[in-house]
Design a protein around this ligand. Sequence first.
Ligand code: NAD
Length: 373
Amino acid sequence: MTIGLLKETSPETRVSLLPEHITQLKKWNVEVLVERSAGESAFASDEAYQAAGAQVVSREDVLQRSTLVSCIHAPIDSDMLICKAQVVFGLFQPLYFASRIKQWAEKGFTVFSIDMLPRTTRAQSMDVLSSQGNITGYKAVLLAANLYPKYFPMFMTAAGTVAPAKLLILGAGVAGLQAIATAKRLGAVVEVFDTRPAVKEEVMSLGAKFVEVEGAADAANAGGYAVEQSEEFMQRQKAKIAESVVKADVVITTAQIPGKKAPVLITEEMIGGMKSGSVIIDVAAATGGNTSLTVNNETVVYNGVSIVGNSALPAAMPSDASKLFGKNIINFLQLIIDKEGNLNLNFEDDLVKGTCVANAGAVTNERIKALIG
Ligand code: NAD
């Protein structure tokens, strides 16, 4: 089989496979076509891809000569019109863009969306949401530290004492936990909210305070993910969050519910009560944001508080982000490539089945089917 690697369009800087991953594919007898300058923004040259055994070709060639096309974001409609690949593989957010998956299914593509990977122990090495979420949490804190006009750590100096920054983190998933660890390393005092009581121990073991709000909906059957909460719970949670927001110097918001709009946890009124110079980094911006003032890909300044809407933080570290993303992909591809280097789709495998969203002319995922009616 032939795997084709597409160049992402700006502002994305990552690429789904680096030359080191091509070396692995070549060991499996897979031919690789790479779109010209695909790795440019991730510091991987065409020469490095060629040295790893790939052919560097045009975008049209990648789309027309590959068995499987690998990318991060969805190719545009005109790409899909000329695409002759059997399989399209990427991170397509199918629960938000369900109609696109339907269109691709009707055109006969088999579509794998790696963000639909079941989150089981066996899947951990393939989990791009975790590898990229980790970068998001790390970068969110560094970005906040850069924007915040004061120290993060406490300092006792001959010129006086500086109090440590107070950080509030909403959502302790992969990004939130890394944000806690990074903020603690920088010396901040950290307080955390999450609706999943299971994360309390992890939060505390990182040295942060976990603020519990009683009565969250049980997420036991949601595969470790959060579920939507009742209006009554959200009101009580908001009241508790308001007490913490007013004291916080920096807020990092990461709260998300897969397939749903992000919950609004911080209101305009709460932001109005924050100290001037405070910073909010909202990494849930792309799914609506956790504050009522968040604008995706923009920084809004309200009453002296900067609210940064940025869900694309992995793109700020394209080299490491692509390295980890590509390794996740290689680990998944092992499941669908046989020893002779041929495509072998075994839908008996729960990870293959769970990640595949379209096959044989139809949408195969029940949640996406429900969304498109
Ligand atoms: P996510 O990005 O979907 O959500 C971030 C966090 O927001 C979650 O912890 C969620 O509980 C929280 N949240 C949602 N609503 C909230 C609210 N109203 N207030 C406060 N917080 C709220 O989550 P994620 O980082 O992708 O992963 C979540 C969990 O999935 C992990 O912690 C883990 O349990 C599980 N997971 C499993 C595997 C695996 O086993 N392979 C891999 C990664 C993650």
